[in-house]
Ligand binder design. Structure first.
Ligand SMILES: [Zn+2]
Length: 96
């Protein structure tokens, strides 16, 4: 699997976890859906392509300010929880 596809999956998962816990929505609420499609779109246009690191370590973050704040919160919130839901994926992610 391409690195970017893997990152997309992780991102999707993180936003889902976040939304489920924070917004009590079964699927994604409108706000989170917008954030997700924004994030996926940014990934598609990432200048680093498959050589990229994880977004929160990026030397030239491409998110706009509002979404950057949101995605940070999502990652902070879901990052640790993801370990419980998908340990293998996270470990692979950390190793990559
Ligand atoms: Zn939500």
């Amino acid at each position: 699997m391409r690195k970017i596809d893997r990152e997309k999956r992780i991102l999707t998962l993180m936003i889902k976890i976040y939304c489920r816990k924070k917004h009590c929505s079964q699927d994604l609420c409108e706000e989170c859906r917008a954030l997700l499609s924004y994030a996926l779109n940014r990934l598609d246009h990432c200048r680093y392509g498959d050589k990229k690191g994880f977004c929160n370590h990026c030397p030239s973050p491409c998110y706009n300010q509002a979404n950057q704040v949101k995605i940070r919160e999502v990652m902070g919130f879901s990052g640790s929880r993801l370990i419980f839901y998908h340990p293998v994926m996270v470990i692979r992610h950390l190793l990559s």
